[in-house]
Design a protein around this ligand. Structure first.
Ligand SMILES: [Zn+2]
Length: 436
Protein backbone atom coordinates (compact mmCIF):
# COMPACT_ATOMS: atom_id res chain seq x y z
CA UNK A 1 0.00 0.00 0.00
CA UNK A 2 1.19 3.53 -0.73
CA UNK A 3 1.85 5.96 2.09
CA UNK A 4 -1.31 7.91 1.26
CA UNK A 5 -3.42 4.73 1.24
CA UNK A 6 -1.95 3.73 4.61
CA UNK A 7 -2.75 7.20 5.94
CA UNK A 8 -6.34 7.10 4.70
CA UNK A 9 -7.02 3.63 6.06
CA UNK A 10 -5.35 4.28 9.44
CA UNK A 11 -7.37 7.50 9.78
CA UNK A 12 -10.57 5.54 9.11
CA UNK A 13 -9.70 2.75 11.57
CA UNK A 14 -8.70 5.28 14.24
CA UNK A 15 -11.96 7.21 13.81
CA UNK A 16 -13.87 3.94 14.28
CA UNK A 17 -11.85 3.13 17.41
CA UNK A 18 -12.34 6.59 18.93
CA UNK A 19 -16.12 6.23 18.55
CA UNK A 20 -16.10 3.19 20.86
CA UNK A 21 -16.20 4.71 24.34
CA UNK A 22 -13.60 2.66 26.23
CA UNK A 23 -13.08 4.94 29.21
CA UNK A 24 -11.56 2.81 31.94
CA UNK A 25 -13.14 2.31 34.39
CA UNK A 26 -15.32 0.55 33.33
CA UNK A 27 -13.50 -0.01 30.01
CA UNK A 28 -16.18 -1.98 28.15
CA UNK A 29 -13.61 -2.80 25.48
CA UNK A 30 -15.50 -5.72 23.85
CA UNK A 31 -17.03 -3.81 20.88
CA UNK A 32 -13.67 -2.21 19.99
CA UNK A 33 -11.83 -5.53 20.29
CA UNK A 34 -14.46 -7.36 18.20
CA UNK A 35 -14.21 -4.69 15.52
CA UNK A 36 -10.41 -5.13 15.37
CA UNK A 37 -10.74 -8.93 15.29
CA UNK A 38 -13.12 -8.75 12.31
CA UNK A 39 -10.88 -6.26 10.51
CA UNK A 40 -7.80 -8.46 10.92
CA UNK A 41 -9.61 -11.72 10.07
CA UNK A 42 -10.75 -10.15 6.79
CA UNK A 43 -7.08 -9.49 6.01
CA UNK A 44 -6.08 -13.15 6.58
CA UNK A 45 -4.85 -13.09 10.16
CA UNK A 46 -5.72 -15.84 12.64
CA UNK A 47 -7.44 -14.22 15.63
CA UNK A 48 -8.41 -15.27 19.11
CA UNK A 49 -10.20 -13.44 21.92
CA UNK A 50 -9.00 -14.19 25.45
CA UNK A 51 -11.02 -12.79 28.31
CA UNK A 52 -10.73 -12.71 32.08
CA UNK A 53 -13.82 -10.45 32.13
CA UNK A 54 -16.31 -11.21 29.31
CA UNK A 55 -16.99 -7.51 28.71
CA UNK A 56 -13.29 -6.84 28.42
CA UNK A 57 -11.61 -9.36 26.11
CA UNK A 58 -8.11 -9.12 24.69
CA UNK A 59 -7.20 -9.93 21.09
CA UNK A 60 -4.28 -11.97 19.78
CA UNK A 61 -3.87 -11.95 15.98
CA UNK A 62 -1.17 -13.89 14.17
CA UNK A 63 0.42 -13.81 10.76
CA UNK A 64 2.47 -16.96 10.76
CA UNK A 65 5.38 -17.83 8.52
CA UNK A 66 6.96 -21.12 7.61
CA UNK A 67 10.56 -20.83 8.77
CA UNK A 68 11.97 -20.58 12.26
CA UNK A 69 12.64 -17.11 13.52
CA UNK A 70 11.74 -14.56 16.11
CA UNK A 71 8.23 -13.55 17.10
CA UNK A 72 7.78 -9.83 16.54
CA UNK A 73 4.81 -8.47 18.49
CA UNK A 74 2.97 -5.19 18.04
CA UNK A 75 1.16 -4.36 21.29
CA UNK A 76 -1.51 -1.78 22.09
CA UNK A 77 -4.24 -1.00 24.60
CA UNK A 78 -7.72 0.09 23.51
CA UNK A 79 -8.91 1.53 26.82
CA UNK A 80 -8.54 5.24 27.59
CA UNK A 81 -8.72 7.63 30.52
CA UNK A 82 -11.88 9.70 30.94
CA UNK A 83 -12.73 12.92 29.11
CA UNK A 84 -15.01 15.85 29.99
CA UNK A 85 -16.67 17.00 26.73
CA UNK A 86 -17.28 20.48 28.17
CA UNK A 87 -13.50 21.07 28.17
CA UNK A 88 -13.04 20.01 24.52
CA UNK A 89 -13.30 22.00 21.27
CA UNK A 90 -14.61 18.81 19.56
CA UNK A 91 -16.49 15.88 21.01
CA UNK A 92 -13.95 13.44 22.50
CA UNK A 93 -15.76 10.44 20.94
CA UNK A 94 -16.41 11.95 17.51
CA UNK A 95 -13.24 10.94 15.68
CA UNK A 96 -13.74 14.11 13.60
CA UNK A 97 -10.95 15.18 11.29
CA UNK A 98 -10.59 18.98 11.37
CA UNK A 99 -7.73 20.92 9.72
CA UNK A 100 -5.64 17.78 9.32
CA UNK A 101 -6.03 16.54 12.90
CA UNK A 102 -8.12 13.63 14.12
CA UNK A 103 -9.67 14.59 17.46
CA UNK A 104 -10.67 12.31 20.26
CA UNK A 105 -9.79 10.54 23.47
CA UNK A 106 -7.19 7.94 22.52
CA UNK A 107 -5.99 9.85 19.42
CA UNK A 108 -2.52 9.77 21.00
CA UNK A 109 -2.83 7.33 23.91
CA UNK A 110 -3.06 4.98 22.15
CA UNK A 111 -5.80 4.08 19.70
CA UNK A 112 -3.67 5.78 17.03
CA UNK A 113 -0.86 3.27 17.48
CA UNK A 114 -3.35 0.38 17.66
CA UNK A 115 -4.86 1.58 14.35
CA UNK A 116 -1.42 1.94 12.70
CA UNK A 117 -0.34 -1.53 13.87
CA UNK A 118 -3.61 -3.11 12.71
CA UNK A 119 -3.53 -1.41 9.30
CA UNK A 120 0.13 -2.38 8.77
CA UNK A 121 -0.59 -6.04 9.54
CA UNK A 122 -3.76 -6.00 7.42
CA UNK A 123 -1.89 -4.47 4.48
CA UNK A 124 0.76 -7.20 4.73
CA UNK A 125 -1.86 -9.93 5.16
CA UNK A 126 -3.99 -8.81 2.21
CA UNK A 127 -1.06 -8.65 -0.18
CA UNK A 128 -0.20 -12.24 0.71
CA UNK A 129 3.02 -11.52 2.60
CA UNK A 130 3.90 -14.14 5.20
CA UNK A 131 7.06 -14.08 7.34
CA UNK A 132 9.86 -16.13 5.77
CA UNK A 133 11.59 -16.32 9.15
CA UNK A 134 9.50 -15.97 12.24
CA UNK A 135 6.08 -14.75 13.09
CA UNK A 136 4.19 -11.46 13.30
CA UNK A 137 1.86 -11.19 16.27
CA UNK A 138 -0.54 -8.43 17.28
CA UNK A 139 -1.80 -8.18 20.84
CA UNK A 140 -4.51 -5.63 21.58
CA UNK A 141 -5.47 -5.45 25.22
CA UNK A 142 -8.02 -4.02 27.62
CA UNK A 143 -7.28 -2.37 30.93
CA UNK A 144 -3.89 -0.69 30.62
CA UNK A 145 -4.93 2.57 32.24
CA UNK A 146 -5.71 0.94 35.59
CA UNK A 147 -2.84 -1.55 35.59
CA UNK A 148 -3.71 -4.55 33.38
CA UNK A 149 -5.41 -6.90 35.84
CA UNK A 150 -7.73 -8.16 33.07
CA UNK A 151 -5.40 -7.03 30.26
CA UNK A 152 -1.66 -7.49 29.72
CA UNK A 153 -0.86 -8.63 33.27
CA UNK A 154 -3.54 -11.33 33.09
CA UNK A 155 -2.59 -12.39 29.53
CA UNK A 156 1.13 -12.76 30.24
CA UNK A 157 0.38 -14.67 33.46
CA UNK A 158 -2.48 -16.95 32.36
CA UNK A 159 -1.76 -17.35 28.62
CA UNK A 160 2.01 -16.83 28.27
CA UNK A 161 2.29 -19.24 25.30
CA UNK A 162 -0.27 -17.23 23.32
CA UNK A 163 1.44 -13.87 23.74
CA UNK A 164 5.09 -14.88 23.99
CA UNK A 165 7.41 -12.79 21.85
CA UNK A 166 11.08 -12.07 21.27
CA UNK A 167 10.69 -8.47 20.15
CA UNK A 168 7.92 -6.10 21.18
CA UNK A 169 6.83 -2.66 19.99
CA UNK A 170 4.53 -0.81 22.38
CA UNK A 171 3.69 2.76 23.37
CA UNK A 172 5.99 5.23 25.12
CA UNK A 173 8.24 6.70 22.43
CA UNK A 174 8.62 7.85 18.86
CA UNK A 175 7.72 11.55 18.86
CA UNK A 176 10.33 13.73 17.19
CA UNK A 177 12.25 16.54 18.87
CA UNK A 178 15.11 18.75 17.78
CA UNK A 179 18.38 19.10 19.62
CA UNK A 180 21.83 20.13 18.52
CA UNK A 181 20.59 20.91 15.02
CA UNK A 182 19.24 17.41 14.36
CA UNK A 183 15.87 15.69 14.49
CA UNK A 184 15.70 12.85 17.05
CA UNK A 185 13.13 10.12 17.58
CA UNK A 186 12.93 8.73 21.12
CA UNK A 187 12.76 4.95 21.42
CA UNK A 188 11.54 4.03 24.88
CA UNK A 189 13.81 1.36 26.36
CA UNK A 190 12.54 1.30 29.94
CA UNK A 191 10.27 2.75 32.55
CA UNK A 192 10.79 4.04 36.04
CA UNK A 193 9.92 2.23 39.25
CA UNK A 194 7.31 3.49 41.71
CA UNK A 195 8.15 3.90 45.39
CA UNK A 196 5.23 5.83 46.86
CA UNK A 197 5.38 6.73 50.52
CA UNK A 198 3.62 8.49 53.35
CA UNK A 199 5.55 11.06 55.38
CA UNK A 200 4.02 11.65 58.81
CA UNK A 201 4.69 14.47 61.26
CA UNK A 202 3.76 13.99 64.91
CA UNK A 203 2.72 16.62 67.46
CA UNK A 204 0.12 17.03 70.21
CA UNK A 205 -3.59 17.83 69.93
CA UNK A 206 -5.12 20.95 71.43
CA UNK A 207 -7.99 23.39 71.01
CA UNK A 208 -7.65 25.44 67.84
CA UNK A 209 -8.89 28.55 69.66
CA UNK A 210 -5.76 28.54 71.86
CA UNK A 211 -3.05 27.82 69.27
CA UNK A 212 -0.15 27.38 71.65
CA UNK A 213 -1.82 24.66 73.73
CA UNK A 214 -0.89 21.88 71.34
CA UNK A 215 1.97 21.05 69.00
CA UNK A 216 0.53 21.48 65.52
CA UNK A 217 1.73 18.60 63.30
CA UNK A 218 0.42 20.30 60.17
CA UNK A 219 2.76 23.26 60.55
CA UNK A 220 5.70 20.84 60.49
CA UNK A 221 4.83 19.84 56.93
CA UNK A 222 5.34 23.42 55.67
CA UNK A 223 9.15 23.28 55.63
CA UNK A 224 8.98 19.79 54.04
CA UNK A 225 6.86 21.13 51.17
CA UNK A 226 9.27 24.05 50.76
CA UNK A 227 12.20 21.66 50.48
CA UNK A 228 10.39 19.43 47.98
CA UNK A 229 9.46 22.46 45.87
CA UNK A 230 13.03 23.77 45.82
CA UNK A 231 14.86 20.47 45.33
CA UNK A 232 17.12 20.29 42.28
CA UNK A 233 17.27 16.94 40.47
CA UNK A 234 20.15 14.72 41.54
CA UNK A 235 21.24 12.57 38.64
CA UNK A 236 21.33 8.76 38.82
CA UNK A 237 22.30 7.61 35.38
CA UNK A 238 21.19 4.19 34.13
CA UNK A 239 22.00 2.62 30.76
CA UNK A 240 19.39 4.22 28.52
CA UNK A 241 19.75 7.81 29.79
CA UNK A 242 23.55 7.52 29.46
CA UNK A 243 23.10 6.30 25.88
CA UNK A 244 20.62 9.14 25.31
CA UNK A 245 23.20 11.75 26.33
CA UNK A 246 25.87 10.17 24.13
CA UNK A 247 23.58 10.08 21.12
CA UNK A 248 22.65 13.76 21.37
CA UNK A 249 26.35 14.65 21.58
CA UNK A 250 26.51 15.27 25.34
CA UNK A 251 28.93 13.76 27.85
CA UNK A 252 27.31 11.15 30.17
CA UNK A 253 30.27 11.55 32.56
CA UNK A 254 29.17 15.13 33.25
CA UNK A 255 25.37 14.83 33.27
CA UNK A 256 24.79 18.03 35.25
CA UNK A 257 26.51 20.09 32.55
CA UNK A 258 24.59 18.19 29.85
CA UNK A 259 21.25 18.94 31.51
CA UNK A 260 22.21 22.61 31.91
CA UNK A 261 22.95 22.82 28.17
CA UNK A 262 19.63 21.16 27.28
CA UNK A 263 17.84 23.65 29.55
CA UNK A 264 19.65 26.59 27.96
CA UNK A 265 18.72 25.36 24.47
CA UNK A 266 15.10 24.45 25.19
CA UNK A 267 13.66 24.65 28.73
CA UNK A 268 10.40 22.94 27.71
CA UNK A 269 12.35 19.98 26.35
CA UNK A 270 14.28 19.64 29.60
CA UNK A 271 11.00 19.60 31.57
CA UNK A 272 9.95 16.50 29.61
CA UNK A 273 13.35 14.77 29.61
CA UNK A 274 14.53 15.52 33.15
CA UNK A 275 12.59 12.79 35.01
CA UNK A 276 14.53 10.00 33.28
CA UNK A 277 17.79 11.13 34.87
CA UNK A 278 16.95 10.72 38.55
CA UNK A 279 14.61 10.04 41.47
CA UNK A 280 11.63 12.41 41.59
CA UNK A 281 9.53 13.20 44.69
CA UNK A 282 6.10 14.70 43.98
CA UNK A 283 3.75 15.43 46.89
CA UNK A 284 0.16 14.88 45.75
CA UNK A 285 -2.00 14.35 48.86
CA UNK A 286 -2.12 15.73 52.39
CA UNK A 287 -4.18 15.12 55.50
CA UNK A 288 -4.19 16.56 59.01
CA UNK A 289 -6.98 17.09 61.54
CA UNK A 290 -10.44 15.61 60.99
CA UNK A 291 -12.01 18.60 62.74
CA UNK A 292 -11.45 22.26 62.00
CA UNK A 293 -11.31 23.20 65.68
CA UNK A 294 -8.80 20.53 66.75
CA UNK A 295 -5.04 21.06 66.39
CA UNK A 296 -3.77 17.90 64.65
CA UNK A 297 -1.46 15.56 66.55
CA UNK A 298 -0.64 13.85 63.23
CA UNK A 299 -0.36 15.18 59.70
CA UNK A 300 0.88 13.42 56.62
CA UNK A 301 1.83 13.91 52.99
CA UNK A 302 1.59 11.25 50.33
CA UNK A 303 4.48 11.48 47.94
CA UNK A 304 4.68 9.90 44.50
CA UNK A 305 8.30 8.84 44.12
CA UNK A 306 9.69 7.51 40.81
CA UNK A 307 13.05 5.76 40.58
CA UNK A 308 15.00 5.05 37.36
CA UNK A 309 15.30 1.41 36.25
CA UNK A 310 18.33 -0.26 37.78
CA UNK A 311 17.79 1.50 41.13
CA UNK A 312 15.48 0.53 43.99
CA UNK A 313 14.29 1.52 47.44
CA UNK A 314 17.78 2.54 48.57
CA UNK A 315 17.83 5.24 45.91
CA UNK A 316 14.46 6.54 47.16
CA UNK A 317 15.77 6.65 50.77
CA UNK A 318 18.93 8.45 49.65
CA UNK A 319 16.92 11.01 47.76
CA UNK A 320 14.57 11.62 50.71
CA UNK A 321 17.54 12.05 53.07
CA UNK A 322 19.22 14.40 50.62
CA UNK A 323 16.17 16.63 50.14
CA UNK A 324 15.03 16.76 53.79
CA UNK A 325 18.51 16.88 55.33
CA UNK A 326 18.95 16.35 59.07
CA UNK A 327 15.32 17.41 59.75
CA UNK A 328 14.15 14.28 57.95
CA UNK A 329 14.73 12.26 61.11
CA UNK A 330 11.74 13.98 62.74
CA UNK A 331 9.33 12.33 60.32
CA UNK A 332 8.03 8.81 59.92
CA UNK A 333 8.46 7.39 56.39
CA UNK A 334 6.30 4.47 55.32
CA UNK A 335 6.40 3.05 51.78
CA UNK A 336 2.94 2.12 50.47
CA UNK A 337 3.94 0.88 46.99
CA UNK A 338 7.20 -0.58 45.77
CA UNK A 339 7.57 -1.49 42.10
CA UNK A 340 11.01 -1.78 40.52
CA UNK A 341 11.59 -0.10 37.17
CA UNK A 342 12.17 -2.26 34.11
CA UNK A 343 14.14 -1.94 30.90
CA UNK A 344 15.47 -3.61 27.79
CA UNK A 345 19.02 -3.31 26.44
CA UNK A 346 19.44 -0.31 24.13
CA UNK A 347 21.50 -2.30 21.61
CA UNK A 348 19.54 -4.98 19.70
CA UNK A 349 18.48 -6.02 16.19
CA UNK A 350 15.11 -4.35 16.85
CA UNK A 351 16.82 -1.04 17.73
CA UNK A 352 18.95 -1.35 14.59
CA UNK A 353 15.85 -1.92 12.45
CA UNK A 354 14.05 1.09 13.97
CA UNK A 355 17.17 3.21 13.53
CA UNK A 356 17.56 2.26 9.87
CA UNK A 357 13.89 2.95 9.23
CA UNK A 358 14.12 6.44 10.75
CA UNK A 359 17.25 7.29 8.77
CA UNK A 360 15.63 6.10 5.54
CA UNK A 361 12.33 7.89 6.10
CA UNK A 362 13.45 11.16 7.69
CA UNK A 363 16.89 11.79 6.19
CA UNK A 364 19.30 13.34 8.67
CA UNK A 365 17.27 12.23 11.68
CA UNK A 366 18.32 9.56 14.16
CA UNK A 367 16.95 7.60 17.13
CA UNK A 368 17.79 8.08 20.80
CA UNK A 369 16.89 5.77 23.69
CA UNK A 370 14.61 7.28 26.32
CA UNK A 371 12.98 6.19 29.58
CA UNK A 372 9.28 6.57 30.28
CA UNK A 373 8.64 8.32 33.61
CA UNK A 374 5.30 6.49 33.91
CA UNK A 375 4.00 2.96 33.42
CA UNK A 376 3.10 0.86 30.39
CA UNK A 377 2.21 -2.76 29.61
CA UNK A 378 5.84 -3.35 28.50
CA UNK A 379 6.48 -4.16 32.16
CA UNK A 380 4.31 -7.28 32.03
CA UNK A 381 6.04 -8.56 28.89
CA UNK A 382 9.52 -7.89 30.29
CA UNK A 383 8.53 -9.67 33.52
CA UNK A 384 7.03 -12.71 31.75
CA UNK A 385 9.64 -13.03 28.98
CA UNK A 386 13.03 -11.92 30.32
CA UNK A 387 14.70 -12.30 26.90
CA UNK A 388 12.08 -10.20 25.13
CA UNK A 389 13.40 -6.85 23.92
CA UNK A 390 10.55 -4.33 24.31
CA UNK A 391 10.55 -0.75 23.07
CA UNK A 392 8.06 2.07 22.89
CA UNK A 393 7.96 3.37 19.32
CA UNK A 394 5.16 5.19 17.50
CA UNK A 395 6.93 7.55 15.11
CA UNK A 396 5.44 11.03 14.90
CA UNK A 397 7.20 13.32 12.49
CA UNK A 398 4.67 16.11 12.05
CA UNK A 399 3.72 16.53 15.69
CA UNK A 400 6.72 16.96 17.99
CA UNK A 401 7.02 15.61 21.52
CA UNK A 402 6.54 19.18 22.79
CA UNK A 403 3.16 19.39 21.01
CA UNK A 404 1.95 15.83 21.67
CA UNK A 405 3.01 15.16 25.28
CA UNK A 406 0.83 17.86 26.92
CA UNK A 407 -2.30 16.53 25.14
CA UNK A 408 -2.02 12.98 26.54
CA UNK A 409 -4.72 12.40 29.22
CA UNK A 410 -5.75 16.02 28.61
CA UNK A 411 -8.51 17.93 26.79
CA UNK A 412 -8.33 18.33 22.99
CA UNK A 413 -6.22 15.19 22.46
CA UNK A 414 -5.62 14.96 18.69
CA UNK A 415 -3.15 13.70 16.14
CA UNK A 416 -1.83 14.99 12.83
CA UNK A 417 -3.25 12.46 10.35
CA UNK A 418 0.01 12.48 8.34
CA UNK A 419 1.64 10.79 11.33
CA UNK A 420 -0.88 7.93 11.09
CA UNK A 421 0.41 6.96 7.66
CA UNK A 422 4.00 7.56 8.72
CA UNK A 423 3.64 5.21 11.71
CA UNK A 424 1.71 2.54 9.79
CA UNK A 425 4.43 2.47 7.12
CA UNK A 426 7.07 1.98 9.83
CA UNK A 427 5.26 -1.10 11.12
CA UNK A 428 4.98 -2.53 7.58
CA UNK A 429 8.67 -1.96 6.87
CA UNK A 430 10.02 -3.12 10.23
CA UNK A 431 8.05 -6.40 10.03
CA UNK A 432 9.36 -7.04 6.51
CA UNK A 433 12.93 -6.27 7.51
CA UNK A 434 13.01 -8.40 10.66
CA UNK A 435 10.90 -11.34 9.50
CA UNK A 436 11.82 -11.47 5.79
ZN1 LIG B 1 -1.25 4.39 26.97
Amino acid sequence: MSLSDLQAETTEVLARLVRFNTVNPPGNERPAIEYLAGYLEDAGLRTELLACDENRPNLVADLEGTGDGPILCYLGHVDTVLADPSEWAHDPWSGDVVDGFLWGRGALDMKSQVAAEAVAAAALGREGWRPANGHLRLVFVADEETGGDVGAHWLTTVHPAKVRCDMLINEGGGEVFEYGGARRYGVCAGEKGIFRFKLTAHGAAGHASIPRTGDNALLKLGPVLDKLAGAKLSVQLSEAPAAFLRSIGEDPDDPAAALARIEAADPALLTLLEPMFGVTLTPTMAHASDKINVIPSRAYLKIDCRVPPGFGEDAAHERIAHVLGADGRDFEIEFTEKVMGNSSPTASPLMDAIDRWVQANDPGADTVPVILPGFSDSKWFRDAFPDCVAYGFFPQRHMSVLEAAPLVHNADERIDVRDLGFAASSYVDIARELLG
